[in-house]
Design a protein around this ligand. Structure first.
Ligand SMILES: Cc1ncc(COP(=O)(O)O)c(C=O)c1O
Length: 416
């Protein structure tokens, strides 16, 4: 829960207008009467990142497309970008594979194993549809079995660390002798629950099971040291909480598993260039394929630097938690609203439902997807509807303000 001292610190930061000054660099946040709560879908770009994208497309034309000069520039961008990502996680750039999004990174992890018929893959019951689809394809192709462990039932258990122990115990109970990999989200996209990843990884490694992580909702939210967590694969995108451009993601691969796994999609980026081919590079490029949109890379570095200029990963995470707890408290105080998670949020995601029986409002009687549309088109309040559980989800970023929260809550209050 928010202590009053911590909360007044949040308010002070707002009053000190440092967050307002910082927000003024993001054109989308300056649009009048717009209140943005969809960071878990896509973040907003700062002006400098937007400018860099346009500038770099021009720069490539000026250098000469497919010229040596442009090639050198692109490779320098590539190296600098991997280094910037690696630095955020306190790991070596050689552990980073650049991708387009989270799902590609998860696919690389899932398909990298030499699956044998009868092997088992364990997923949580809160995974994203794209990741489940990939797992089901592996099941069809190799005759493996998919097991699910139920996070849904743990989401309202008691706090004080017991929640974490329960999740870990549940997961271990669902490991089978033939389980080779566990694939799970660090932060659940539907409930915002943060999984005790370090403890899970230790429990899995003790049983020789690999851990692959969907980090779509954790990168840019949680302070992260990937060497310390020790998960084998950590796949993410940069366009959500990091507020970088769409189309740029990455995958961390733990060095200890690197030589045991093989790429499925391959191309020139993964090759050493020496005959006889294929001989794979000894770094994350082994899992990269071919040409990419190098013109986007600087925008990611700008986005990371911009966030770090406001505060450390820890400071940003604390602000996210303070604000999401504030929203959760205010929503919980409304009789017609139930928050999906009954524990105070420990990430930026706050999911809730509108109880139609307790509301007389005509909008509130509509499906959540139509309510989200109504909020966007009529009020410029951007939140999303989720299918499972059927609910609305607001994403609270460190860029969010208490006024954003007040506006959303006042609007939801009118649905009584
Ligand atoms: C948990 C989770 N996994 C995967 C995805 C898909 O992300 P991407 O489009 O980066 O592959 C999302 C996006 O919303 C997500 O929340």
């Amino acid at each position: 829960m928010i202590s009053s001292a911590a909360f007044s610190d949040t308010l002070k930061r707002d009053r000190d207008i440092d967050i307002l000054t910082h927000r003024s660099h993001f054109p989308a946040l300056g649009i009048e009467n717009r209140t943005y709560f969809n960071y878990g879908g896509q973040g907003v770009l700062c002006g400098a990142a937007l400018d860099a994208i346009a500038k770099n497309f021009h720069h490539i034309e000026e250098l000469g497309c497919f010229s040596n000069a442009a090639g050198d520039w692109m490779m320098a961008e590539y190296e600098a970008t991997k280094a910037a990502i690696a630095q955020e996680f306190q790991v070596s750039p050689s552990t980073i594979t650049l991708t387009e999004n989270t799902t590609v990174g998860c696919n690389i992890a899932l398909w990298a194993l030499d699956w044998q018929q009868g092997d088992r893959l364990l997923l949580s019951d809160c995974e994203h549809p794209g990741i489940i689809a990939s797992a089901v394809q592996i099941q069809k192709r190799f005759g493996i079995k998919i097991d699910y462990f139920p996070l849904t039932n743990t989401r309202n258990s008691s706090a004080n660390g017991k929640d974490d122990e329960l999740v870990c115990e549940l997961l271990v109970q669902h490991l089978q002798p033939k389980t080779r990999m566990v694939m799970l989200s660090h932060v659940c996209w539907n409930t915002g629950q943060v999984l005790p990843l370090k403890a899970i990884t230790k429990a899995c490694h003790d049983r020789h099971v690999l851990v692959a992580v969907d980090a779509a909702q954790s990168v840019g939210v949680l302070p992260l040291n990937l060497e310390d967590i020790a998960a084998d694969f950590y796949a993410f995108t940069t366009h959500k909480w990091w507020c970088a451009p769409l189309g740029l993601g990455a995958l961390y691969i733990r060095p200890e598993v690197f030589d045991e796994i093989e790429p499925v999609f391959v191309g020139w980026r993964g090759l050493t260039g020496k005959n006889p081919i294929p001989q794979w590079r000894k770094d994350g490029a082994k899992f990269e394929v071919a040409s990419s949109t190098y013109a986007l890379y600087e925008a990611l570095r700008i986005a990371i630097a911009h966030a770090n200029a406001w505060g450390t990963q820890q400071q940003r995470y604390e602000r996210i938690c303070q604000l999401s707890q504030l929203l959760w408290q205010k929503l919980n105080a409304l009789p017609h609203i139930s928050c999906v998670r009954q524990l105070p949020p420990e990430s930026g995601l706050v999911s809730f439902t509108i109880d139609k029986e307790l509301s007389k409002n005509a909008i509130a009687q509509k499906p959540h997807a139509l309510i989200a549309k109504h909020l966007e088109f009529e009020h410029q309040i951007y939140i999303r509807a989720l299918p499972a559980p059927d609910c609305l989800r607001a994403s609270v970023h460190y860029l969010t303000t208490t006024s954003d929260i007040d506006r959303l809550v006042s609007m939801i209050e009118t649905f009584a």
